[in-house]
Structure formats: structure tokens, C-alpha cells
Design a protein. Structure first.
Length: 493
């Protein structure tokens, strides 16, 4: 069996998605019209069927495509979709095909997973297919390593589905399995009568946490076989064993998303560090980042466990730090967190604050004994209201914020040395922007470096062998300042 080993992290350009490197693919050429990078922004087109309450303008068109000049961060609008798709609120670009996936958000009706073909020359999005997401308020999409399955999260009813991906066309097909943390129980909250999920006082928190609310799903970046699902309603990270062949998720225990004695955490998103065995969870309600170590030994045990023993599997993540995203004197009830992102260079973690209207920047420590832990750099105003999402460009030096409630996207220069965000003055009117997707069109003739996927045992051996600089893995955790260049899977947006 030939293991797939990615290039060392230092050889990956800043801001470059590591998906193709980790999946063993590279471009075979440059397509015509691919000299400019595309930025796709999605918008809310209807407010009355959302869990939260946007205060901007309902969009008449749902997707805007821009080109970005990497020299100065300026953007030019290329295309606006003509297809009527309601409330696309999350996007994922295929690592090999010029396909964009979006999912629609509504508490009243099932979400749709829409597959779009991206024209590299014009930025035009052409609707290819649409599939029922099997649940309401669909909010997150993750392609597995082989791009054979799409893992899908429905926020309102908390279901997590595994959908097949058509091997030729690349569109999302029918559901192969569906996990329901409610076990069929009827939700306490009603879709037609519920608290505004933009609020964060005690009564709002109580209603939001009366039911499970799955908010994301990512696969571990070592084996690609353990799925983590932040449950905002239950204050836990659910862990699952993922079987790509069967297209199934098997529950394997839960991990609290913050300190045991703290209530109303509200885990929203989770992201792995690109080189360290660490991951970061943003707790939306608490306005805090929880830092976890990834326990390789526990991961191996989970993957090797019998199905009947999975419910008793040990946690794969261990909490090592919690740090606040807003100033200490700013009332937490006036803020909820949006996105969390780890910069591709691995030196900074960023979080958006909706209410404080800022991006919190944290420096990642690389020296022992605090490798992977965070220290605050500062908060930087987003030049707009309610930054629901933000995104880096391909170079990692430009950051675009989606200011949902002021109908603006804004561009900042990111200082790679000190983590500062400097306002460029570039802003663009987009009604109710909710998501920014970095799209780098590529030639679809792709050279497969290997058709084989490493077994769990091979991946574990690589984990042990490739710790450089005299570092050792003790109990599956990194105990030196060395990085671990393991086979990785990118889960970033």
C-alpha cells in the first residue's frame, strides 16, 4: 500500500487550500481565464423563515461573483446569478472540478444542496443540480477525502446526513444515511414561533439550548475517519466514526465544548491547525475560543473499536485553553460569534464578533510548553454591522468581511508578521451578505498522484515516524515544539 504524503506545509502558498495537497491531487495546467481569483458572496433573499433576524436588505439575487486583484485587494463584480435560489448561506468549492456547492437556510422547509458549475472566464454560475438536504436550516457542507460523499448538517432539526456525490458530474445525489440526535423526538421550539437567534440574553439562550442544534461537521485531518459535530444546543462536540464506503456515521461519544462548570457555551464551528495536532472551537454564545489537543492514541482506539463499544469511546479531543473573543468590559449578551478560521500559515486564529462588530485575532504559540495555545493580538472593527462570515484570498494577505446587517463586504490587508488588520477603503454593496467563498478555478484535467488511501495503521505509523526535530508523541499528543506533517485533510471554508 502506497501512502499519500502531502508536501511539507512550508511549501504550500499562504492562503492556498491544502485540500488538493492532502488528497493527492495537483493541477495539470492552467485553464483559460484563470489569471484572476474569484470571490463568491451569498445573500439572504428572505428573512421570515430564518431562525435569526437580519436587519439589512432582502436580496433579489442570491449569489454575486467578483474577481480580486491580488496586488491591491480591489474587487470587480463579474456576475450575479439569475437562478432563483432562496437563502444560500454556506458554500464549498470542489477541490478538482469547477463546481460550487451551496445550501439553503430555512426553518420552515427542508434545505436544498445546489450544485453550480463555475465558468473560469466569466465567473458565471450555472445551476447543475439540486438535492433535498433531508432537514431544515441547512448550514454546513463537507466533502470527504475522496470527494465521494458530502457530509451535511441541518441546524434547526440537528440532523447530520451523508450524501453520495456523482462520480462523473460531481453533483450531490441522494442521502445514504441520516443521524438524528433527537432520536425522532419532536423539538420543543416551533419553526413558526421561536426566539430570535440573533439575541443572546438568558431567555434567548434557554430557548436556543432546549433542543440539539448541530452547526457544523468536519473530518479529522489525519485519518479522515472521525467526524466532529459542534452541537450549539447541547454544549458538546459530538464525535462519530465515519465509514466512507458505507456512507454512514456511527456515534462515538461526546466532548464538552468548554469548561465543565460553564453554561451557555454554544459551540458553532471547529477548525484544525494545519500542522499542529490542535483544533479550535468557537463557542458562539459564550464569545470564547476553546483550544483542544488531538489525541492520536485515542483516535486509533476509536477507529479500532467494535461498533457496540463506540458509545464508550474515549474523547479524541482534550481541552487545554479557553480565551475570550471580546473585551472583558463588553457585555457578552450583546455579542454572538460567527466564523472561526486558522490562517493557512498556522500563526494566527481569527474569529468574527457579531454585536461587537469586530474580528478578534489571536497569535498561535509555537514554543513549548504552550504550542498551539493562543494569545490575543487585538480586535479590529469590520467597518460594518454583524460580520457573519469572513474569508482570506488565496495569498492569505487580504481578508473580506461579510457585514450582514449593513449590506456591505469590506476588504482588509492582513499583516502576516503581526496579525494586524488594516482597512483598505475597498467596500462593496451586497444586500444581506452571509458567506464569502474563495474560488480558484482550475483545469479539470487532474493528475492523480495516487489512487490509494492510507489505512488507519499506515497513517498512524506516519504519525509516529514523521515527528521531526527530536519530538515524540506521548499518548498520542505532541510533546515538543516540532510540527507533525501528517497526511492532512482540509476542512476550512
Amino acid at each position: 500500500l502506497k501512502a499519500i504524503v502531502p508536501d511539507p506545509p512550508a511549501q504550500v502558498p499562504l492562503g492556498f487550500s491544502s485540500t488538493m495537497a492532502s488528497q493527492g491531487f495537483r493541477h495539470s495546467g492552467v485553464a483559460a481565464g484563470m489569471g484572476k481569483q474569484l470571490i463568491v458572496v451569498s445573500c439572504y433573499t428572505r428573512f421570515d423563515n430564518l431562525a435569526h433576524g437580519p436587519r439589512g436588505t432582502e436580496a433579489k439575487r442570491s449569489l454575486y461573483t467578483y474577481s480580486m486583484d491580488p496586488a491591491d485587494g480591489q474587487m470587480v463584480l463579474l456576475a450575479i446569478t439569475q437562478d432563483e435560489v432562496m437563502n444560500p448561506a454556506f458554500s464549498r468549492f470542489h477541490p478538482r472540478k469547477n463546481l460550487l456547492y451551496t445550501c439553503t437556510e430555512s426553518v420552515a422547509e427542508n434545505g436544498q444542496i445546489v450544485t453550480w458549475r463555475v465558468c473560469p472566464e466569466t465567473g458565471r454560475l450555472s445551476k447543475l443540480a439540486s438535492s433535498d438536504a433531508g432537514g431544515t436550516s441547512t448550514c454546513y457542507l463537507t466533502l470527504d477525502r475522496a470527494c465521494e460523499n458530502m457530509l451535511v448538517v441541518n441546524y434547526w432539526d440537528a440532523t447530520i446526513g451523508v450524501f453520495g456525490v456523482d462520480p462523473k458530474q460531481g453533483h450531490v445525489d441522494t442521502a445514504r444515511s441520516m443521524f438524528d440526535p433527537n432520536n425522532g423526538r419532536r423539538m420543543k421550539a416551533r419553526h413558526d414561533k421561536h426566539v430570535n437567534h440573533s439575541q443572546n440574553d438568558h431567555s434567548a439562550q434557554a430557548e436556543r439550548q432546549a433542543d440539539p442544534h448541530s452547526h457544523a461537521v468536519i473530518l479529522d485531518s489525519y485519518f479522515g475517519r472521525i467526524a466532529f459535530v459542534p452541537d450549539l444546543g447541547m454544549d458538546v462536540i459530538r464525535q462519530f466514526r465515519y465509514d466512507p464506503e458505507a456512507g454512514s456515521l456511527t456515534a462515538a461519544g461526546m466532548i464538552r465544548s468548554g469548561p465543565a462548570d460553564q453554561k451557555a457555551l454554544g459551540p458553532r464551528y471547529i477548525e484544525f491547525h494545519p500542522t499542529l495536532p490542535m483544533c479550535y472551537v468557537i463557542n458562539e454564545l459564550a464569545s470564547e475560543v476553546s483550544v483542544f489537543e488531538f489525541d492520536l492514541h485515542a483516535a486509533q482506539q476509536l477507529l479500532g473499536s467494535s461498533t457496540e463499544n463506540l458509545q464508550h469511546a474515549a474523547p479524541v479531543l482534550r481541552l487545554v485553553q479557553t480565551i475570550r473573543t471580546i473585551p472583558d468590559a463588553f457585555p457578552g449578551k450583546l455579542n454572538t460569534c460567527g466564523r472561526i478560521a486558522v490562517h493557512s500559515a498556522g500563526n494566527f486564529v481569527l474569529v468574527s464578533n457579531r454585536g461587537h462588530d469586530s474580528i478578534a485575532v489571536f497569535r498561535v504559540q509555537h514554543a513549548l510548553p504552550r504550542a498551539g495555545m493562543l494569545t490575543m493580538v487585538g480586535n479590529f472593527h469590520t467597518r460594518g454591522a454583524t460580520p457573519r462570515h469572513f474569508q482570506f484570498d488565496a495569498s492569505g494577505q487580504w481578508l473580506i468581511t461579510a457585514n450582514q446587517d449593513s449590506d456591505r463586504i469590506c476588504v482588509f490587508r492582513f499583516n502576516l508578521a503581526n496579525g494586524r488588520l488594516d482597512w483598505t477603503g475597498h467596500e462593496y454593496r451586497v444586500p444581506s451578505p452571509n458567506f464569502v467563498c474563495n474560488v480558484q478555478p482550475h483545469a479539470e484535467e487532474v493528475v492523480e498522484l495516487s489512487d490509494e488511501r492510507p489505512s488507519d495503521a499506515v497513517a498512524a505509523d506516519l504519525a509516529t515516524q514523521q515527528v521531526g526535530g527530536g519530538g515524540v508523541l506521548q499518548g498520542g499528543l505532541l510533546r515538543s515544539g516540532a510540527t507533525v506533517p501528517l497526511p492532512r485533510i482540509n476542512s476550512r471554508l
